[in-house]
Design a protein around this ligand. Structure first.
Ligand SMILES: [Mn+2]
Length: 342
């Protein structure tokens, strides 16, 4: 039976059935999405640290090699220990975090032994398919971290400095340093409370923004060099071929934030980064500016996400995928009615 929770507008209000599901659990498997971002890792990490204090065993599913070099800081910071397949065999509850659809869940081998267990689905993606038995989906929340913070408070857990640092990193990255339209008064309030609880604010900023490896720096230079802008100035995009990625020593897991390069051009409405992390597999990162949603665009290609930040994947040669998606994106931006820039 599926119980769908109507999304509460206030991200600080945790539905009672979510609290009850956690409270009655004995052993929990924490899962998130493939190519986990900071929000995904820390949402699992904060619960992994906090649940044992309530007498609940917790296992964090983070398959080997799935974390980018940059985000491995969060794994070290939290002392996070990924679970083996054997570890999760006795679990009686799955908590899915920051994951819009079931097939995006990471940990294929773990999932194979986690069948027939109820799923609690906690997320802020507007495109979430409500695949859990209990679903707490709040598109108004800046991040899943913001929701996990409310959940830990509702469960009466202590917000230790380590938990505060992890959750702060999730808020910080999903809001691009409290600089995107999802930076609500509530997100800032939670950021304040996490800082007050001992979050290492400056360290998080340093590790997330001023800690590029030489290879990541070279990859970014490539993204700049490959950036193009449409004739109408509304669309900017860049590409990274498999050869360009491997040449710098980077991996598919290291690609995400580089879409900020085409996005940084004044006046654009849509930015796209095409990256061929594995040969013939092209990932698109879409970003919307000037209030424009890219969610519909990503969904046209089987993807999903948020209004201003979405993604999709296609199989095929990079040039073919790029041409196909750009044609749709050009038509999309050409039809937009945009407010003039101030
Ligand atoms: Mn998120």
């Amino acid at each position: 039976m599926s119980v769908t929770t109507a999304p509460p507008v206030d991200p600080a209000v945790v539905p009672p059935e979510i609290v009850a599901a956690l409270r009655s659990a004995r052993e929990v498997a924490l899962l998130s999405h493939v190519t986990p971002d900071a929000d995904a890792i820390v949402s699992m990490g904060a619960l992994w640290l906090a649940l044992p204090t309530l007498g609940i065993r917790a296992h964090l599913v983070l398959p080997e090699g799935s974390v980018s070099r940059q985000l491995s800081y969060l794994v070290r910071c939290g002392g996070l220990r990924p679970a083996t397949v054997a570890d999760v065999q006795q679990c009686d509850l799955i908590v899915a975090l920051d994951t819009a659809k079931e097939k995006r869940l990471s940990g294929e081998e773990h999932l194979a032994v986690l069948t027939k267990i109820p799923v609690v689905n906690i997320d802020h993606h507007a495109s979430n398919t409500q695949f859990g038995r209990c679903n707490w989906i709040v598109p108004q929340a800046s991040s899943t971290s913001e929701l996990v913070y409310a959940l830990l408070r509702a469960l009466g857990c202590t917000i230790t400095p380590t938990i505060a640092t992890l959750l702060y990193a999730g808020l910080h990255t999903d809001t691009q340093g409290f600089a995107l339209s999802n930076t609500t008064p509530h997100a800032l309030r939670v950021g304040h409370e996490l800082a007050a609880a001992g979050a290492a604010v400056a360290e998080v900023c340093e590790r997330m923004h001023r800690s590029l490896s030489r290879g990541e720096f070279e990859l970014l230079a490539r993204v700049y060099a490959n950036t193009q802008v449409s004739a109408d100035g509304r669309l900017a995009w860049s590409t990274l071929s498999y050869d360009e990625i491997t040449h710098t020593g980077c991996r598919a897991a290291d690609i995400d934030a580089q879409v900020e390069v085409p996005r940084s051009i004044e006046g654009i409405a849509v930015a796209i980064l095409f990256s061929e992390g594995d040969p013939g597999r092209v990932r698109m990162n879409f970003r919307g500016e000037r209030g424009v949603s890219v969610l519909e665009l990503a969904m046209q290609f089987g993807g999903g996400g948020h209004r201003a930040s979405a993604g999709a994947r296609l199989t095929g040669p990079l040039a073919d995928v790029t041409a196909r998606v750009l044609a749709a994106a050009q038509a999309y931006v050409a039809a937009l009615t945009l407010e003039p820039l101030k």
